[in-house]
Design a protein around this ligand. Structure first.
Ligand SMILES: [Ca+2]
Ligand SMILES: [Ca+2]
Length: 480
């Protein structure tokens, strides 16, 4: 069955012609043409429209040590294709088509549109091009997909360059159940089309022979690799016609370089996922705790267990006895027992749970009904000491998501093993004590162990409804 209309095919060519003309200036200046940007398809029944915004992140300061920054940095008109997932407009690891070669080397779209139009109705639903843009700007336009044609690809030349481009290949706008994602934000890295050889931001070079497959600029082994590894741009793809007739996804899939933000309950805008990045930094050094127990030779932290939840359960809490899972984490660094205790409440208030390295970074999803964050990681070696948060609310009292939280983490004692040195050995504390801060203990060790062991930075990456984010930028105090 053929899913495209003659109108679209006509529009395809009507749009591509002025782009061809405008490309004559691609090497000297950008051509951000509002008329081209306003190009959009007329929605048909069953079609789902998305707003697409491509923003440049390419500046002289973002790529300071790469090839000389050009005087006229810009991007060629991005070509967008909606297809069925079997047709690849371009793909890493495969040879560029003549159309992709032409686009990546000169920004011209004539050949690629010829290739696409021959596939209309055979795996390709539609294609279009927006206007090119300066490295200080961007492009915005709409795309239109439908069931069976839910995959999105685009490419735009990094200009001037030999054959480098930004793009997305075969991004499914639907989840595994065929429901539409509400919002996808992806960072855009640079790709090499494998057809022209040069290492500078200039057009031209010598044809690569034999031709290489399309690869990321960072896949090259030459010096340019690291220098060109920064993101060149960002793309935001957001559902435009969000009506009850469209089945929106509640899934939260993980895609490299992309963040997908979906509603958990489709019936109200306030039930949204908030995506946070969490970074742990080690503050525990021989100089940070100078007069405490002898600094160990193998100082480290165990893996961390993290969870977002609705606050109904205290997985660990100061003044409460440690569970066997936390005891095992605090005494020997085993994460599975504590994680299992959390996962046992998956249907009773736990939203997401995971283990991660420590100090390290992780991302975790919270949700309007699950705004609390709990984690723990063992201070090792130690008898039963750990750092962590218990039930920290990621929303302020007005129900708005915090943008950024920075806290120093003090040490806790799980109350299950007794010793005063940084060693694994000790005797079981009998009877068990309640979980307490190291500084709560009487005696000499108290003051010596009062310094923070680590720092945690919690940053909001995205949430569907920005009105639910606090505008307060003050530093949030650490729970203790
Ligand atoms: Ca190349
Ligand atoms: Ca203890």
């Amino acid at each position: 069955m053929i899913y495209f209309s003659q109108r679209k095919l006509f529009m395809l060519w009507a749009v591509s012609l002025p782009i061809l003309l405008s490309l004559l200036g691609c090497g000297t200046s950008s051509s951000s043409d509002e008329n081209l940007n306003s190009n959009r398809f007329i929605g048909e029944e069953g079609e789902v429209r998305y707003r697409v915004k491509i923003e440049s992140l390419w500046t002289s300061s973002s790529h300071p040590t790469g090839p000389s920054f050009p005087s006229n940095p810009h991007f060629s008109p991005p070509v967008s294709v909606i297809h069925d997932g079997t047709k690849f407009f371009w793909k890493r690891g495969e040879n560029a088509t003549k159309g992709v070669e032409s686009l990546a080397e000169t920004g011209a779209v004539g050949t690629i549109f010829s290739e696409i139009s021959s596939n209309l109705g055979k795996g390709v639903l539609n294609a279009e091009s927006a206007g090119g843009f300066n490295a200080s700007g961007g492009a915005s336009f709409e795309i239109s997909a439908k069931n069976g044609f839910s995959h999105y690809s685009f490419a735009s030349m990094i200009a001037p360059s030999p054959d480098w481009f930004i793009g997305i290949s075969n991004l499914n706008l639907q989840d595994d159940q065929g429901k539409w994602h509400s919002k996808i934000v992806c960072s855009l890295i640079g790709y090499d089309a494998g057809t022209e050889t040069a290492d500078a931001f200039t057009t031209g070079g010598s044809p690569t022979s034999p031709i290489e497959t399309i690869h990321r600029l960072t896949d090259d082994s030459a010096t340019k690799t690291q220098e060109l590894s920064q993101f060149f741009g960002k793309i935001t793809i957001e559902l435009a016609n969000d009506s009850d007739a469209i089945e929106t996804s509640t899934a939260s899939p993980s895609i490299t370089n992309c963040v997908i933000t979906n509603k958990v309950a489709a019936n109200t805008n306030t039930k949204v996922v908030a995506k946070y990045s969490i970074t742990f930094t080690n503050l525990w050094t021989s100089t940070s705790h100078p007069d405490g127990p002898a600094f160990p030779s193998d100082d480290h932290f165990s893996g961390a267990v993290s969870a977002t939840h609705n606050g109904k359960h205290d997985f660990w809490k100061r003044g409460q006895e440690a569970t066997s899972g936390l005891e095992s984490l605090a005494e020997v660094g085993a994460t599975s027992g504590f994680l299992n205790e959390i996962n046992a409440k998956k249907n009773d208030g736990v939203f997401e749970s995971k283990t991660s390295g420590f100090p390290a970074s992780l991302s975790i999803d919270a949700h309007s009904d699950h705004t609390y964050y709990t984690f723990a990681s063992m201070i090792a070696p130690s008898p039963d000491w750990f750092v962590g948060f218990s039930k920290f609310n990621l929303q302020n009292p007005q129900g708005k998501w915090y943008k950024k939280i920075e806290c120093n983490l003090i040490g806790y004692d799980a109350g299950t093993e007794s010793a005063d040195t940084f060693t694994f050995s000790g005797t079981a504390t009998n009877p068990k004590e309640m979980i307490h801060r190291l500084v709560d203990d009487d005696g000499a060790k108290t003051k010596k162990l009062s310094q923070p062991f680590a720092k945690v930075t919690i940053t909001l990456d995205s949430t569907l409804d920005d009105s639910l984010v606090t505008t307060d930028t003050s530093t949030i105090n650490c729970p203790s």
